[in-house]
Design a protein around this ligand. Structure first.
Ligand code: SF4
Ligand code: SF4
Length: 437
C-alpha cells in the first residue's frame, strides 16, 4: 500500500540517533527558572511571591481572561526570585525562579480527574485549560482554545500529528512507542471535548514500532484511525497532514477548523492523559538532546524551567556548539545563550557543530525553480524573497506571502544559498505591522 503524502517537500538527511533508546530521566536541577510565557498568547502574571514555598503542580502564573495557559511549579521549593530571564523568543521574559527542595511534594489540588466518559465536553475543556496544556510540537497554542471551534464550523475530526518529520527529533516517536495508551486516551479526551466524531493519527512509515503500538491501543475504538504516511518534510505541518491523512484542502487564509478539523501533537495528547489520570499539570516533557557536539544524545524527561546549560552539562559536550537550536533544525529557533529554560514547547535541544550548520555562500538566483518545486504551499519563494528585499509589501501579499508556513524547504534546496524563508518571514512581519497601524 502506498503511504499517503502531499506535493512538494524535501528529504533532509535522517539524523535521529536515539529513536531506539528508551526515554531517560534527567536529574532535576537545584534552581529552575520557569518562564511565565510558554504559549502563544499573553504572558501570565505571577500569583506567588518571593520567599514563598510552593509545591509541585501549584499554579504560579495566572491567566485572567486572556488567551493563555496557566503556568505551574515543576518542583517543590522556595521562590527565590521573580525576574526577567533569557527566553527562546530572544527576549527577556519574567520567570519564577524556584530553589528546589528535592521533595517533589505535590500541591493538594493535584488530584486525578474523573474518567472521560463521566465528563461533559465543557468540563473537559475546563480541565485541559486548568492543566495548562499547550501545543507541545513547538507551536504552543493553548489547547483548550483550539477545542471550542466556532458556531459556523463544527469540529468533525481530531487529527494527531505523529509524523515527526524534522531531522534529529525523536521525542514524539518515543512517546508513541512507550505510551500509546496515554496517546489514545488523550485523543479520546480531545474528541469528546471538541465534539468530534472521528479521531485520526498520522505517523511517518519510518516509525513502524510507533504505528504498531498505536494500532494495538486503538483497536478497541472503531472511530479512531492510524495512518501510515510517506517520509517527507514537512509531513507534520498542519495543512500537509490534513491533506495526507484526510484528503481535505484548507483554503488559503483559512484554518483547519474551517474544514472541520483540529490538529494536535501526540505529545500534547499524552500530556492531557497524564494530567487526567494523575492530576499533575503540564510541568515536564520529553526533549530530544542531539547534534554532533553532544556526547550522549537521547530523549529525556525534563522539568519545565531546567536550563539548556543544566541539560547539556549532564549529557556532556564534545565541542563548543557552533549553533544552538531549540526544536528541530528546520522549524526551530536559534538561541544565543545556554541560560534559556525548557518550556512546554521545547521538543529539542540541538548543539550543532560548524560542519552540521554549514550553508552554501549566498550568490545570485540561477532561476532553477527548485524552491518552487519544494514549496508545499505552491508559492513562488524566489519572487517573494525578491519583493521582500525591495520592500514591495503589497505585491508580496498578492502572491501569497501570508500563506507561507515558514517551513523552510525552499531555503534548504536553494543552490544559491539565498535565505528565502528568512526574507519571507521578514516581509510577512512587515505586512502584519502595516495592517495593525
Ligand atoms: S517557507 Fe514558505 S515559501 Fe518556503 S517552502 Fe515553506 S511555505 Fe513555501
Ligand atoms: S532555488 Fe534559489 S536559485 Fe533556484 S530559483 Fe529558487 S531562489 Fe533561485
Amino acid at each position: 500500500m502506498v503511504a499517503k503524502s502531499f506535493t512538494g517537500g524535501i528529504h533532509p538527511p535522517y539524523r535521529k540517533v536515539a529513536t531506539a533508546v528508551p526515554i531517560e530521566f534527567l536529574s532535576v536541577p537545584k534552581l529552575l527558572a520557569i518562564p511565565l510565557l510558554q504559549h502563544i498568547g499573553k504572558e501570565c502574571h505571577p500569583v506567588v511571591a518571593v520567599g514563598e514555598r510552593v509545591l509541585m503542580g501549584q499554579q504560579i502564573g495566572g491567566v485572567g481572561n486572556s488567551l493563555a495557559a496557566p503556568v505551574h511549579a515543576s518542583v517543590s521549593g522556595v521562590v527565590v526570585a521573580i525576574e526577567p530571564r533569557p527566553h527562546i523568543n530572544g527576549r527577556q521574559v519574567n520567570s519564577i525562579v524556584i530553589e528546589n527542595d528535592f521533595l517533589d511534594e505535590k500541591h493538594p489540588s493535584v488530584l486525578p480527574k474523573p474518567h472521560v466518559d463521566k465528563l461533559s465536553p465543557g468540563e473537559l475543556v475546563a480541565i485541559i485549560r486548568e492543566l495548562g496544556v499547550v501545543g507541545m510540537g513547538g507551536g504552543g497554542f493553548p489547547t483548550y482554545a483550539k477545542l471550542q471551534g466556532n458556531s459556523a464550523h463544527k469540529i468533525e475530526t481530531v487529527l494527531l500529528n505523529g509524523a515527526e518529520c524534522e531531522p534529529y527529533l525523536s521525542d514524539d516517536h518515543r512517546i508513541m512507542v512507550e505510551f500509546p495508551d496515554e496517546v489514545i486516551y488523550g485523543l479520546r479526551c480531545l474528541m469528546k471535548a471538541s465534539g468530534a466524531s472521528a479521531g485520526h493519527i498520522g505517523v511517518e512509515e519510518n516509525k513502524p514500532d510507533a504505528l504498531a503500538a498505536l494500532r494495538l491501543s486503538a483497536a478497541r475504538y472503531s472511530d479512531i484511525t492510524v495512518t501510515s504516511l510517506a517520509v517527507k518534510y514537512p509531513q507534520g505541518a498542519e495543512l500537509q497532514l490534513i491533506h495526507s491523512c484526510l484528503g481535505k484542502e484548507v483554503p488559503p487564509g483559512k484554518l483547519p477548523v474551517h474544514v472541520g478539523v483540529v490538529v494536535n501533537n501526540v505529545h500534547t495528547a499524552q500530556a492531557i492523559a497524564r494530567g487526567m489520570t494523575t492530576g499533575m499539570p503540564s510541568v515536564e516533557r520529553v526533549v530530544t538532546v542531539g547534534g554532533e557536539c553532544v556526547t550522549s544524545p537521547g530523549n529525556l524527561w525534563v522539568r519545565v524551567g531546567a536550563t539548556f546549560a543544566d541539560i547539556l552539562a549532564e549529557r556532556g559536550l564534545t565541542c563548543t556548539p557552533y549553533k544552538l537550536i531549540s526544536g528541530g533544525p528546520l522549524m526551530g529557533m536559534a538561541v544565543h545563550t545556554l541560560e534559556v529554560a525548557v518550556t512546554k514547547c521545547t521538543s529539542g535541544i540541538l548543539a550543532l557543530s560548524r560542519q552540521e550548520s554549514s550553508a552554501p555562500p549566498v550568490s545570485a538566483c540561477v532561476r532553477c525553480a527548485k524552491c518552487v518545486d519544494a514549496c508545499p504551499m505552491f508559492l513562488q519563494p524566489t519572487t517573494l524573497a525578491h519583493y521582500a528585499m525591495k520592500g514591495r509589501l503589497e505585491e508580496a501579499e498578492m502572491i501569497g506571502a501570508l500563506d507561507c508556513r515558514e517551513c523552510g524547504p525552499c531555503a534548504y534546496v536553494c543552490p544559491a544559498g539565498i535565505p528565502l524563508v528568512q526574507w519571507i518571514r521578514l516581509v510577512k512581519s512587515d505586512i502584519y505591522a502595516r495592517k495593525s497601524r
